[in-house]
Design a binder for this molecule. Structure first.
Ligand SMILES: Cc1ncc(COP(=O)(O)O)c(C=O)c1O
Length: 368
């Protein structure tokens, strides 16, 4: 048997005809920039996220970059975030000229530890960017308390967590803005790159829309220097076909997670911790294991897909060397990067496939 980490062909087979028809509609219309599909998707994602506004973007990365630029964050500013995240979170901060200031994660959720944020705030701090990792939202009440007290904006990096909730509130609806990614491996994934920003702030919404179009308003008159951050309407068409399935797909991911939680109970495998305040959408099911690297080699040999998210925290990346951080600065992030492993959780997994994954993980420890 072979169980990949993700099988996009299996999902595509369930929406193939509708997807081809929707893409064809865009091509026939030749409205290849903007147009009704982008507007419809924005409206639906705003509603789904309990937000008033949404702005489609060319990727999750550009959702973050546009947000930072629209919130006027740049040289001389500091943005607080976590080093245990995908590169884009931090890369975007640096690209604006601002300085990322890291705060370690909570060991159980891998999300930013709010108890450590206050001491990282300086007079240069402009924003906090919590990352809702693997489908679970960060502990947003204390994050927002600090943001409000210190007059900081909050950018939720919700790239992995569309429709996840914290105390019943949707990802993206709590901060100043929330950023989603439609990278194909996300719970709602396009046929290429795409992203979206949601907000309840009308002024911010207006800036985001102008910024995504080179800061141009009206056309050829530039208020500020923006970028081409536009969402491709072919991607919007594909995403509109998939959107009605999103809740079912996330519910199936949760059922798969429960299956694994039960089977790994009482073994060497530490299963994901989900806070009582959160409903996770399990973009990834991340176990914590001893001897992680040799388990990876064993699983690959047995054709079980797995991946390390993330093997090196941001503060130890070569390109951020000038920030002055060193090994040992963020022990929980560093420990997590040595111990975590994502195993297949996608909705099309069969019981037989899940059995195969569990049996191989456990047989590795039996053989030790
Ligand atoms: C936490 C996080 N932030 C940002 C991004 C960037 O999104 P994209 O790949 O759509 O540019 C991702 C996507 O992988 C992500 O996981």
């Amino acid at each position: 048997m072979k169980v990949p980490l993700l099988d996009l062909k299996a999902q595509y087979a369930t929406v193939r005809d509708e997807t081809l028809a929707a893409v064809s509609e865009v091509l026939e219309s030749q409205r290849c920039i903007g147009g009704p599909k982008v507007g419809e998707l924005e409206q639906k994602i705003a509603e789904l996220s309990d937000c008033r506004f949404a702005v489609g973007t060319s990727s999750g990365t550009d959702a973050i970059l546009n947000s930072l630029m629209s919130l006027q964050i740049g040289a001389g500013d500091e943005v607080i975030t976590t080093p245990f995240t995908f590169f884009a979170t931090v890369g975007c901060i640096v690209r604006t000229g601002a300085k990322p200031v890291f705060v370690d994660v909570e060991p159980k959720t891998y999300n930013i530890n709010p108890d450590l944020i206050d001491r990282a705030v300086t007079r240069r701090t402009k924003a906090i960017m919590p990352v809702h990792l693997f489908g679970q939202m960060a502990d947003m009440d204390p994050v927002m308390e600090i943001a409000n007290k210190r007059d900081l904006v909050c950018i939720e990096d919700a790239a992995q967590s569309i429709t996840s909730t914290y105390k019943g509130r949707k990802a993206g609806s709590i901060g100043t803005v929330g950023c989603f990614s439609f990278f194909p491996s996300k719970n709602l994934g396009g046929a290429g790159d795409g992203g979206m920003i949601v907000t309840n702030n009308e002024d911010v919404y207006n800036r985001l829309k102008i910024m995504r179009n080179h800061g141009s308003n009206p056309k050829y008159y530039h208020k500020f220097v923006g970028g081409n951050f536009r969402l491709d309407p072919i991607q919007a068409a594909v995403l509109l076909v998939k959107l009605p399935h999103l809740d079912d797909w996330s519910a199936t991911r949760r059922r798969n997670a429960t299956f694994y939680d039960e089977r790994f109970g009482g073994t060497a495998v530490q299963t994901p911790y989900i806070s009582a305040d959160c409903v996770s959408t399990y973009n990834q099911y991340v176990i914590r294991v001893p001897e992680r690297d040799s388990l990876v080699a064993y699983l690959r040999e047995k054709n079980v897909g797995c991946e390390i998210y993330y093997p090196r925290p941001a503060h130890l990346q070569e390109c951020f060397g000038n920030l002055g951080y060193k090994k040992g600065d963020f022990p929980e992030s560093e420990k997590a990067s040595r111990e975590v492993l994502a195993i297949p959780i996608y909705p099309e997994l069969t019981d037989q496939m899940k059995d195969y994954v569990v049996n191989n993980v456990l047989s590795y420890y039996d053989e030790l």
